[in-house]
Design a protein around this ligand. Structure first.
Ligand code: PLP
Length: 412
């Protein structure tokens, strides 16, 4: 199936028993067994089937299959949030004493997980401040278990050189893990560029309507765990099998033990949202170009960060289908003007989210990145004058008109 067909049909055909055309919400905690032999077979893994919604659920299964098809992976695992998708990935690959090499251009929550919480688990993250793959390579040690980056980093809008980072990771027999939240297909399919594991906060563009917190981890199935020799329980004689041991362990051990399962209702909401993903991304991108052009020419704007105005070849190389919805700009008048701008928007929504149908605006320094130290905030791109916009799919004229009046109110 092609991408647009996967978004509608992936993982689901009309239910045989009832003929239901839309995926039903299997709102049940657990599933009954036919008899003790059936129960035993499900528990020892010799037969597949549903046991308990913390581990799997038929509604969630449709979402997971659709995501795996969409990203070109062999399997996917849905989680309760984007943060738990990151955590499940870390816990599937690392234990105390291990290390991760990660870009420092990260969503603030991920940066905090990596720099504070993982430290208490005995997992060390070596942060790389540059976008240069050589710097990532230099930080890899015997203990490094994976290389991590966001495709288009939130909020810095730096495009990772995916192919080069995948090569670095693979040269050291470790996987390359990416968070592709800001660049969902059809903008980018990171597995095509060497990523081994792809994470999304499905809260964002995947769901698309700002109704459900969710995450997903997709396994490319391409990483050779046996050859790597660095992951004892994923290599030869893995208790998680040989086909896709990473995603099997993520579900059968880490999801089971941490309990960060998605609710069937939220999986249903994502299935609805995904059906328009391709159409929405087209409109997000075309609107963002118009809004960026307006900002570029505005007398109240100091600087603008949108890939159209960058000479970084990575944007053209990796984002052939559009540059996405995220725009960063610096308002003249710094922190005061920034706050005033946000207090004056009428159509735009002031919110700590992205990837909604509505145009969203936030001042990261005082909100999403507030928990970081000042230097860390600068490194993450959340300077005092910085306003982050996620352009929605309303009529661009209305978005621009609202920004124009709010900028005027803030700066004149
Ligand atoms: C790039 C990125 N990754 C992960 C997350 C965390 O996702 P969630 O809020 O669904 O836990 C976010 C949230 O904003 C994000 O922007």
């Amino acid at each position: 199936m092609e991408l647009d067909t996967i978004l509608i049909h992936g993982g689901w055909r009309n239910e045989k028993e009832t003929g239901a055309c839309a995926t039903p919400i299997y709102q049940t905690s657990a599933f009954s067994f036919e008899n003790t032999a059936h129960a035993a077979a499900l528990f020892d893994g010799s037969q597949t089937g549903n046991i308990y919604t913390r581990i799997m659920n038929p509604t969630t299964d449709v979402f997971e299959k659709r995501m795996a098809l969409l990203e070109g992976g062999v399997g996917a695992l849905a989680t309760s949030s984007g943060m738990s998708a990151v955590l499940v990935t870390v816990l599937t690959l690392c234990q105390a004493g291990d290390e991760i090499v990660s870009s420092s251009a990260l969503y603030g929550g991920t940066f905090n997980l990596f720099s504070v919480t993982l430290k208490t688990f005995g997992i060390k993250v070596n942060f790389i401040d540059s976008n240069n793959p050589k710097d990532f390579e230099a930080a890899i040690t015997d203990k490094t278990k994976f290389v991590y980056a966001e495709t288009l980093a939130n909020p810095k809008l730096i495009m990772a050189d995916l192919e080069a980072l995948a090569d670095v990771a693979h040269r050291h027999n470790i996987p390359f893990v990416v968070d592709s939240t800001v660049t969902p297909p059809p903008l980018l399919k990171p597995i095509e560029f060497g990523a081994d594991i792809v994470i999304h906060s499905a809260t964002k563009f995947i769901g698309g309507h700002g109704t459900s917190i969710a995450g997903v981890v997709v396994d490319s199935g391409k990483f050779d765990w046996k050859k790597s020799g660095k992951f004892e329980d994923l290599g030869a004689n893995s208790p998680y099998g040989n086909d896709a041991p990473f995603i099997v362990k993520a579900r059968a051990a880490i999801l089971r033990d941490t309990g960060c399962a998605i609710s069937p209702f939220n999986a249903f909401m994502l299935i609805q949202g995904m059906q328009t993903l391709s159409l929405r991304m087209e409109k997000h991108c075309s609107n963002a170009i118009k809004v960026a052009e307006f900002l570029k020419n505005s007398e109240y704007v100091e600087w603008i960060n949108y890939p159209t105005y960058s000479d970084d070849p990575n944007f053209k190389k990796y984002l052939k289908n559009g540059y996405g919805a995220m725009i960063g700009f610096g308002i003249k008048g710094g922190i005061e003007a920034g706050a005033k701008f946000i207090d004056n928007v009428k159509l735009l929504t002031h919110i700590a989210n992205l990837g909604d149908t509505k145009t969203l605006v936030i001042h990261p320094a005082s909100t999403t990145h507030q928990q970081l130290k000042p230097q860390e905030r600068i490194e993450a791109g959340a300077t005092d004058d910085f306003i982050r916009l996620c352009v929605g799919i309303e009529d661009a004229k209305d978005i621009i008109a609202d920004m124009e009046q709010a900028l005027k109110a803030a700066c004149s």
